[in-house]
Design a protein around this ligand. Structure first.
Ligand code: HEC
Ligand code: HEC
Ligand code: HEC
Ligand code: HEC
Ligand code: HEC
Ligand code: HEC
Ligand code: HEC
Length: 631
């Protein structure tokens, strides 16, 4: 028993490590959603910024795109032409790419996309060398992320929980293949949760239900008018009442074109500004943001200091800001080149964008000889040299480089994911994170907290694990957050991060922080899940299986993950309750059927229940999986 438990503990540590890693990755964009305002701490945050617009406060509520469309038919039609209106869709099997199949060498799994009973289905199978099926997951696909311009990524919904599918369609290659980030041996399969943070940029408005991590309710499925103009209830009421004096300015709705540049950028930046880390202010959430307000009222984005070219993150805004054109001309904004109401795409894109350059430059301003330019491109396409497209097909990698550089030759060639993150001086030292926008409105303590959480987030991102920076980020996070905690700032996210950061070194201390996090009046689902897992891990180590089971029962309510159900099953087995262990272990297998340890426990449960035939079946699978896949 002890030996078995030793192994289980090893797996537990492993899975917790994975959960932390994945959590960190998911936390990439996570902002806690909590209705409670900050209340339980003596350190207060600065109030929300002032705004001229009346729909930036809580009085205005959302009325939905359909309501705006009734009065603004032209704006609605032009919006329908943009990718924003197709950012997230319920899958229509007739409109998706053809059926297909492929093998993934690294994980040894085979994938298939097919249609059945008016459903698009994604299937993952693990076979023996003789072609015999060992495990299979076969699920209907519910949503598609992405207009399909570059890639189509799919979401499955099971028991109300959203997960990413490991299968993605790549338009440029006309091919099904592994989803971005899944090209490694022990990838997530269908086990990767898709929380509110993930869909927050692709949906109009989405919210996790009941404090869960990935049971998502869409208040508005597709990005809509109010994502850029703010909630419309006051405006619709005013326009219906016709109480607005002629020529008076309508302050009930935001027109982004009238905003000063920083606040216009915040409208687009809510989704188009993204870097190595984004941290929500204490007690504030994405829900608190309204177009017309600065992003820094609710979140701080971070970038690396001194690292030249960062193309591994959706960085249109960060790149543009580095351009001399942008720095020298306050009037240069996203709207100079992109109009969300432009209607159809320009017929001649080269001429269209060249004209944008020529709005500020003359043809002669280019110091490269015209003969040489025309030799390279007969249309004298400024973009080819000054704003080239990357060869990448990965979403969030910024396809068109928005840094308008003087000397195109100085730009590093196509950067592979991960590689781009090495600092340009290649000193090997992990780069420093700095806030993208000024955050001096915050107290030094809050700035420390945010920076610590930013390092914590980056330390869990697989990209920085691969580039070797995760360790340094971990240490910096620990140092900063320890100080913040010692200064007495009551903050659940800080305690939750400390629980993670201490986990490997000192389980008992980690548990203290996990408890502290769980006492906080508002805590993100991610921090809640990871804190509960720490407590469960501690209890299992101390052989307190009932207590561990209670924590795990709460975890499986918050997220649907194979590892949690497995440990819940294990706790029941340890308490000699095989009939309770059975459904938990089966649930684990329905999510990830290819874990040898789960089959082994299931064999044990069946044996205890007197079903020798099933016990033997699962024992054989467990042995095969362990031999062939080592887990
Ligand atoms: C009852 C009709 C009605 C509804 C509903 C309505 N609007 Fe308007 N809106 C108007 C009218 C009329 C104007 C002024 C004329 C114009 O610009 O079209 C206007 C003006 C605007 C402007 C320009 C404001 C400015 O100062 O430049 C924006 C932006 C706008 N509406 C967005 C929206 C959005 C977004 C919604 C949905 C949340 C919406 N409207 C719902 C009638 C309506
Ligand atoms: C709610 C999130 C969100 C906001 C706010 C937002 N975008 Fe986007 N935008 C997206 C997403 C997601 C895509 C990719 C859609 C796809 O291809 O599936 C996108 C695509 C684009 C594209 C390329 C596709 C196209 O239609 O040409 C441009 C350009 C763009 N956005 C500009 C802007 C500008 C300018 C603003 C601010 C006025 C803005 N966006 C605000 C989320 C957002
Ligand atoms: C910070 C906002 C943000 C978050 C969070 C985000 N995305 Fe995106 N995503 C974008 C924007 C903006 C684009 C389009 C421009 C780009 O690719 O740079 C995009 C593009 C995509 C595309 C390609 C669409 C196309 O037309 O080819 C896919 C697929 C995608 N995202 C999937 C996801 C998934 C899955 C998640 C959650 C793990 C996610 N995104 C989280 C902002 C975001
Ligand atoms: C991606 C962001 C975005 C979305 C989504 C969006 N708008 Fe706009 N809208 C803008 C911007 C930016 C402007 C200012 C355009 C300019 O003047 O350059 C604008 C301008 C307007 C105006 C002012 C009149 C005009 O045409 O200049 C109205 C009215 C309007 N939008 C209505 C809507 C409605 C209705 C929807 C939904 C069907 C919608 N918008 C969706 C960004 C957006
Ligand atoms: C000087 C002109 C210019 C400005 C300013 C500009 N863009 Fe672009 N943008 C482009 C060009 C050119 C493309 C490529 C268009 C194409 O190939 O269809 C592009 C493409 C995009 C795309 C589609 C994905 C991609 O990488 O090709 C997104 C998203 C985008 N821009 C967002 C933004 C945002 C957000 C801003 C403001 C921070 C902005 N752009 C400012 C010129 C500009
Ligand atoms: C809103 C005005 C504006 C737009 C639009 C604009 N630029 Fe510029 N650009 C400037 C200004 C101002 C400078 C600073 C030098 C100067 O005063 O001429 C500059 C500088 C440059 C430089 C020199 C950069 C350096 O590092 O020294 C290049 C190259 C350039 N622009 C190319 C372009 C191209 C290509 C486009 C179109 C994609 C473009 N610009 C669009 C205003 C603009
Ligand atoms: C074949 C590639 C190529 C094309 C096409 C091209 N450029 Fe350039 N451009 C260059 C190079 C290379 C330089 C820098 C030359 C040098 O170092 O003096 C440059 C320099 C510039 C500068 C900075 C000039 C200065 O004195 O600081 C501007 C502005 C500029 N280009 C604008 C444009 C515009 C606008 C277009 C389109 C009408 C364009 N370029 C098309 C390659 C190109």
């Amino acid at each position: 028993m002890t030996r078995q438990f030793g192994r289980a503990r090893l797996i537990l540590l492993l899975l917790v490590a994975i959960a932390v890693g994945a959590g960190g990755f998911v936390a990439w964009k996570i902002r806690a959603r909590s209705p409670h305002p900050t209340s339980d701490d003596q350190f207060s945050l600065p109030p929300f910024s002032e705004s001229r617009y009346l729909n930036t406060g809580t009085e205005a509520h959302y009325i939905g795109t359909a309501a705006c469309a009734k009065c603004h038919r032209d704006n609605y039609l032009s919006y329908l032409h943009t990718a924003h209106s197709r950012s997230l869709a319920e899958v229509d099997p007739d409109a998706e790419p053809p059926d297909g199949a492929f093998d993934h060498q690294l994980s040894g799994r085979s994938y298939r996309v097919y249609r059945k009973d008016k459903q698009l289905r994604h299937e993952e199978v693990l076979r023996t060398a003789q072609g015999q099926d060992v495990t299979r997951v076969d699920l209907p696909v519910r949503y598609r992320i992405g207009s399909g311009h570059f890639t189509r990524t799919y979401l499955v919904e099971i028991d109300g929980f959203l997960h990413e599918s490991p299968i993605t369609w790549y338009s440029s290659r006309s091919k099904w293949d592994m989803s971005p980030g899944y090209d490694f041996a022990d990838h997530w399969g269908f086990d990767r949760p898709v929380g509110a943070s993930c869909v927050s940029c692709h949906a109009g408005r989405a919210e996790a239900v009941d404090g869960t991590l990935n049971r998502i309710a869409f208040q508005e499925q597709v990005i809509g008018c109010e994502n850029c103009h703010g909630p419309g209830s006051l405006h619709a009421a005013l326009r219906r009442s016709q109480n607005l004096a002629p020529k008076a300015e309508d302050l009930t709705i935001v027109n982004p074109a009238r905003l000063p540049r920083p606040r216009l950028e915040a409208v687009c930046g809510a989704c188009h500004l993204s870097g190595p880390a984004t941290v929500a202010l204490r007690g504030r959430t994405a829900d608190d943001f309204r177009p017309g307000m600065p992003l820094t009222d609710y979140r701080i984005d971070y970038r690396f200091d001194g690292v030249e070219e960062l193309m591994t993150v959706a960085g249109h805004m960060a790149q543009l800001r580095k351009s001399v054109c942008y720095q020298k001309r306050e009037s240069l904004t996203c709207l100079t080149c992109h109009d969300p109401h432009a209607g159809d795409v320009p017929k001649n894109e080269t001429a269209f964008y060249r004209q944008k350059c020529l709005g500020c430059h003359t043809v002669e301003a280019c110091s490269l000889d015209q003969v040489q330019r025309l030799a390279k491109d007969p249309t004298d396409n400024c973009l080819i040299c000054h704003m080239p497209r990357g060869a990448t097909e990965f979403p969030h990698l910024a396809f068109t480089n928005h840094r308008i550089l003087r000397n195109p030759v100085a730009r590093p060639p196509g950067l592979a994911p991960g590689r781009a993150l090495l600092p340009s001086d290649s000193s090997g030292q992990a780069p420093n994170l700095v806030p993208t926008d000024d955050n001096i409105q915050l107290s030094p303590l809050d700035r420390q907290r945010n920076l610590g959480l930013a390092y914590f987030e980056a330390s869990g991102n697989p990209v920085y694990v691969r580039s070797g920076y995760a360790g340094a980020f971990h240490e910096r996070a620990l140092q900063l957050l320890e100080k913040v905690d010692a200064a007495g700032l009551a903050d659940g996210e800080t305690a939750g991060a400390l629980a993670n950061l201490y986990w490997e070194k000192d389980h008992a201390l980690a548990a203290v922080y996990a408890r502290k996090a769980l006492q906080s009046s508002h805590l993100s689902a991610e921090a809640r899940v990871s804190s509960l897992l720490k407590l469960a891990g501690m209890d299992m180590q101390d052989r307190q299986f009932e207590a561990a089971g209670r924590h795990l029962a709460e975890v499986v309510r918050l997220q649907r993950a194979a590892g949690d159900w497995y440990f819940l099953g294990l706790c029941y087995l340890q308490q000699n309750q095989p009939s309770q262990a059975l459904p938990a272990l089966q649930q684990s297998l329905s999510i990830r059927p290819d874990r040898s340890a789960v089959h082994a426990r299931l064999a044990e449960a069946y044996r205890l229940l007197g079903d020798d035939q099933r016990a033997t079946e699962h024992r054989e699978k467990a042995n095969w999986l362990f031999k062939e896949h080592g887990d």
